[in-house]
Structures are given as structure tokens and as C-alpha cells.
Design a binder for this molecule. Sequence first.
Ligand SMILES: Cc1ncc(COP(=O)(O)O)c(C=O)c1O
Length: 434
Amino acid sequence: MKIFDEIESEVQSYARSFPRLFNKAQGEFLYDEDGTQYLDFLAGAGTLNYGHNNPIFKEKLLEYIHADGITHGLDLHTKAKGEFLESFNEKILKPRNLDYVVQFTGPTGTNAVEAALKLARNIKGRENIISFTNGFHGVSLGSLATTGNSHHRGAAGVSLNGSSRMPFDGYLGDELDTTFYLDKVLSDSSSGVDLPAAVIVETVQGEGGINAASFEWLQNLEKVCRKHDVLLIVDDIQAGCGRTGTYFSFEEAGIRPDIVTLSKSLGGYGLPFAVVLISPELDKWRPGEHNGTFRGNNFAFVTAKAAIDHYWSDDEFSKSIKAKGAYVSKRLEEIVEKYGEGNFTTRGRGMFQGINCVNGEIADQITTRCFKKGLIIETSGAEDQVVKFLCPLIISEENLKKGIDIVEESIKEVCAKEDIPEDKDYFDDVELAS
Ligand SMILES: Cc1ncc(COP(=O)(O)O)c(C=O)c1O
């Protein structure tokens, strides 16, 4: 089809890696117009945790459409929205002892991040937001200021203000807990880092290369926030909704963020939907102060409720994600042992894992081969050096194995013909000018 070359903007990205005409999808599979089947380990960049066209949600959605349920509802109180809120409150928040109010924002992740940052700034009366190296929070201007990637930042066209970057966990080597540095600069009135309104953090950095913060680091981060009267925002847009094995990615760390952003798999069916969860005492919004036309995607409310009711009414789903995650860890460990001359490493947790292939060229060769063998899988990281495993959480064990087998085979082929550069720690090479 030439139409994409003719009139679709150059800004296309994923379409370049997977140049086929897709027209059908089911579960963990995508199909192109010739009927060729692809295993989908990209899953809408984390939007399809429950698979494509999940039949349980589809039925609910079709019922709703046939009954002329409201499609667009601004922020009107609709039955679909009320029922979503009830399920979310009863099955997600209450069992976890979490007390949040829910703000419906525009339906993309960056909409939720913008709202969270604006609220934090207004509450604290401070402009600065601490964000982290390799963090990704979206590409609209406010979110982009907290995003690290220079490719995205470079397109802003204006200066990106209002955020100070701090080293994420592990950025300065394994020995150093970077929250001590944050504590130090916030304690020092001459550090040059303005007291922030909030810290925004991903517990596992998705776009930044599947960097998983340790629970201890997250706990220390929370302590630093409390010590300096700074709000803690967890951006759970990619790591949330079960990806790491629990509904929220921060649960196992035992921290309690003041504000949480959710989107991507929240709607369940791949329908656009985003929320900000706010500690009740921080809900200082005045009516309509932060609004938007598309804050009432009722189709997404229907499928989001179905997702919660079906998958999160007990802990069976969580257990199955953890079991599959353990299998992924085992397989990836075995792969990096066998190939890459000791230079490849694994990263991540739960069903949010990756293989660092040292550089983007090698990772690209691997994912290109995977695609030829029928697997859709992407890369992430500053140099796109990490092959990122993001398959639907509902994937069968058989297909999970099949997908990883394809990656292994592709890695084996690439490693047989390429010299794998050493994965040097940055600090090994640093020579300070004297
Ligand atoms: C952690 C995180 N925050 C925010 C966003 C932005 O979401 P969206 O692309 O829907 O604006 C993303 C997207 O990948 C993300 O991974």
C-alpha cells in the first residue's frame, strides 16, 4: 500500500520496524493482510496486557454498544463510569489499603503525567520536579521536560524547564545509592537544585531500557521525599496494570506514592484511557481547572471494569504473571550465559524484562531476524540496545516459550557472525582531564 508513503507523516516509528499491513489480531497474535501470523511481544508498547481483542471484554463491549450505551460522555456521571469506579475501588484500591481519588484526564499517558505535575506544583507552590536519568514520561511539553531521551527532547523547539535530573538507581554503579545524593542536594541550600514540588519516577523504566529500581532504593526515595516535604509521583503507565506481577508496580516495595499515573493497559482492550490517582488530602483541583474533551471514553470504562472483574478479583492472575516472569528470567539468564561472549545482561522484573545487547546495532539485527521468523519485538534504552520482552500477560506458556525460542535462535545467528563488543561500565573508561 503506497498511501502510507504518500501521505502519512515521517514521524511514524513502530511502522518502520514492522513494515506489513496488519488487519487482524487475537490474543498474543497479529496477522497481516496475507494471513501471516506474528507473535506479538510488543503488545501495543504495554497497552495489551490482556491480549488483542480479549473475548471477555469484547462481549461486554458489544453488549454495551448494542444497548446504545453512551460512547462519549465528557466528564458526565455515566453508569459505565460509575461501575468502573466501583470495581476499581473494591477490587484494586481497598484490598491494597490504598486510599486515592481518581482524576480522569485526557486518554493518553502524557495527559495523566501533565495533570500530575500541574497538581503537584499547585499544591506545593514550587516549580521544580525531580525526574531521573533515562526516565520516560511522554512527549507533550510538561512531560517532555521530565523525559530524559535527547531524541525526543530535541524536538521540543522550546526550552524544557521546571525539572532537575537526578541519577536513577544504578546509574552511578551498583555501590552507590543515588537517593543519598538526592537527599544531600535537597539538604544543601546552595546545591543549586531548587526544592521540588515532587519527584516523578518509574519503578521499572520501560523506554529507558528496562531499568528496575531496587525495592530498597524506592523505599529510600520515599523517605527522602517525606523528609523534604516533597510529593512522590509513581508513573505506573507502563509498569502498572500487572506488568511486574502485581497490579501496581510499587506494591512489593511497600511504598505509598502520593500520586500515581495509569494508562496503557488500564482500559484493557487497547482503548485510550488514563487516570491520575491522588491522595484525598491533595485533591486541590477546582472544578474544571484541568479539563479536556476526551475524559469520558465510556467504551474504555466498560472494558476496564471487565478487566478488573475478570483478572483482579483474586490473586490467580498475579500468581500466573509471576510464574511466567520467573520462566522469562530463567530463559533470559540461560541465553546471556550462552551467547554474547559474556557481554549481554538481563534486566527487569515480572513480565517486564529485557536483554541488554551492548549496542543498538546488534539489538536491531536481533529484532529484525525475530520479525522474519514471525515475532514482533522491539528495543528500548538510550541507544536502543535492550531487546524488550513485553508480551501480553495472558500469553499461553507454549507461545511464551515459542517467542523466547525465536529470540534465542536470532541471538545465536547474530552472535555467530558479529563480534560482540565488551559491555564496559562507563566508569571503566572515564579518564578525568587533569
Ligand atoms: C512510563 C510512561 N509514562 C508516560 C508515557 C506516555 O504515554 P503516552 O505515549 O500514552 O502519552 C509512557 C509511554 O510509553 C510511559 O512508558
